[in-house]
Ligand binder design. Sequence first.
Ligand code: ZN
Length: 190
Amino acid sequence: MTYPTTLRVLAYPAPVLRRKAEPVTVFDADLAAFVERMYQCMYDAKGVGLAAPQVGVSIRCFITDHTQREAKDLHDRRVFINPRIEDAEGEETYEEGCLSFPGIYAKVTRPNRFTLVWQDLTGAEQRQQFDIEAGDFLGVVTQHEFDHLEGKVFVDHLSPAQLTLLRRKLRELETDWKAEHGNAGAVLRR
Ligand code: ZN
């Protein structure tokens, strides 16, 4: 697979954000180099997580570095390929943002405990249990990024009342997209 050399985070309503991403089948140096470029892109944008579809590559891969927002020199870089979520239970609510929704933040309720199973850059299977209530902020980030691989975005979890509050900001993003691309993009139904 050929990966783009220059990465840019695509904002809502980019249609690729609505596509179900394809499994990764080749674990090679090109994939590793692409992931490295994703890291640079995420750090430039000051994000804690980035999914490949957000840079226009519709494959099942996302990265995180959830520590960098507390301490600049302390990193915890993780790469999740072909992830799946198992045994999800409970509920926890966190305020979330998304690099594809600049300036938009909202409280999202997600399962509190779950097991994540994924492949690393060598293709080896990994698994980890998360308990958000016990302090696993990475559990919030991984669920958010997992959604991107399913063509879902965090605002899909919001109530109509929450969406009403964000209407003006969503419209601004829709206007920006239309000005640059000449089409409406994949606009949220609301
Ligand atoms: Zn996001």
